[in-house]
Each structure stands twice: as C-alpha cells, then as structure tokens.
Design a protein around this ligand. Structure first.
Ligand SMILES: O=C(CO)[C@H](O)[C@H](O)COP(=O)(O)O
Ligand SMILES: [Co+2]
Length: 217
C-alpha cells in the first residue's frame, strides 16, 4: 500500500520543505497535479516545477496531467524528471499513442478515468499500463467530497488484473481520508493520493500515519 501526498494542497512558496517533510514521514510517491485551465477549470504548474522538485526528493514523482492533448508535453515532463506520467482517457483522441510515447521516453505510463468514464473505455490499453488512476472526485480542485459510486470501478480493475495477469497499480485520487481510504483498500486500491487531508494539518506526517493505519486495518 502506497501513500502519495498531493502537493496541490502544499504551500507553493515552500514546496521543497513540504516535499521533504512527507518524504521523512514515509510517503511513497509525490503526486504532482498539472492543470491547464482547459481540461479542468484551474491552472497549477508545468514541467519547470517538476524539474525544480526533482533534486529535492528521492521519491518517485507521480505526475497527473489534467491537460488537453497531453501528447504535446509528454517529452517535457519526462525530461523534467517525472517517474510516472498519468494521462486522462478523456483528454486525447490517441490514448494508445500517448502511452507509447511515455514508455518510449523511459517513464512509467499511467491512465486515469474521470467519475463519468467507465472502465470499459480503457479496456484495450490495460495490458500496456503501469498504473490506472480512478478519480474519486471530478478533477480540478482539492478538498472535494469522495464519490462512492467510483468504488465499483476499483473492484472491476482489481478483478481484471487478476483474471488477465495485468501488472498495473490501482491508484485513487480525490476525497481520500481514513474512512474512504479503507473503502478503496477493500475494493482493491494500492496507491492512495491525499492532498488536503495531509497538508491541511499542522502535522502532515501524523495524517500519513492515520491513512496507513486505516488502509492496513
Ligand atoms: O487530482 C486532483 C484534483 O484534480 C488532486 O490530486 C486531488 O483532488 C487531491 O486533493 P484532495 O485529496 O484534497 O481531494
Ligand atoms: Co491528482
């Protein structure tokens, strides 16, 4: 079970401090939310922030691209030091090609589906991905409420993985707190993104421990 704090809710004026802090607290990935103001109604950061973060942590940088036509920027994020690049099924006409581009750049390839998108929409590319991210809120903002209807998709992905011997990790993102993390773990999730729950606290690492406890019990 892996915890991936999302720096969307960190202090952008102190990103180095906030990334190092959760690394010491046992985080497994650093989740980086990239938004373009078009695919989602919010703007965050680009490859220059990823390259600035690269030397400050040994943790894998899990880069969640919420941008239209991510194929335009795959190479930039790979060069910036992303370890995993995750693209939305809804954001490109050429999902298979984008995933190939990511793999050819020597980076792990992930696919992500919005709450309205069924698992069947990504069935054809499941054999080639390292990670499948199930959005449990509509993308664009931190601090939203978990959508429980998404749990069934985690179960489906876990079932398909077992049946076909696929190797992807199942990640969940949005509204992850101890109660919802426990439900996701039961459904078969492996990686838990948490932004506001971790960083809204005076003690983010106590929050990471709370999440881990809920997931493991
Ligand atoms: O991709 C995202 C939003 O689009 C974020 O990763 C996610 O919302 C994390 O925030 P929180 O844990 O506060 O819900
Ligand atoms: Co995210």
């Amino acid at each position: 079970m892996k915890i991936a704090p999302s720096i969307l809710s960190a202090d952008f004026a102190n990103l180095e401090r906030d990334v190092k802090l959760v690394e010491q607290g046992g985080a497994d990935y650093i989740h980086v939310d990239v938004m373009d103001g078009q695919f989602v109604p919010n703007i965050t950061l680009g490859p220059n922030i990823v390259s600035a973060l690269r030397p400050v942590t040994k943790l894998p940088l899990d880069v969640h691209l919420m941008i239209v036509e991510p194929e335009r920027f795959v190479e930039d994020f790979a060069k910036a030091g992303a370890d995993i690049i995750v693209v939305h099924q809804e954001s490109t006409l050429h999902l298979h090609r984008v995933l190939q581009m990511i793999k050819n750049a020597g980076v792990k390839a992930g696919v992500v589906i919005n709450p309205a998108t069924p698992v069947s929409a990504i069935a054809e590319i499941l054999p080639m991905v390292d990670l499948v991210l199930v959005m449990t809120v509509n993308p664009g903002f931190g601090g939203q409420a978990f959508i429980p209807e998404c749990l069934a998709k985690i179960e489906t992905l876990a079932h398909l993985r077992q049946e076909h011997h696929y190797t992807y990790e199942i990640e969940v993102d949005g509204g992850v707190v101890p109660e919802t993390a426990a439900l996701c773990a039961q459904a078969g999730a492996d990686v838990f993104v948490a932004g506001s729950f971790v960083y809204s606290s005076e003690d983010p690492n106590a929050r990471i421990s709370e999440l881990r406890h809920a997931i493991e019990s």
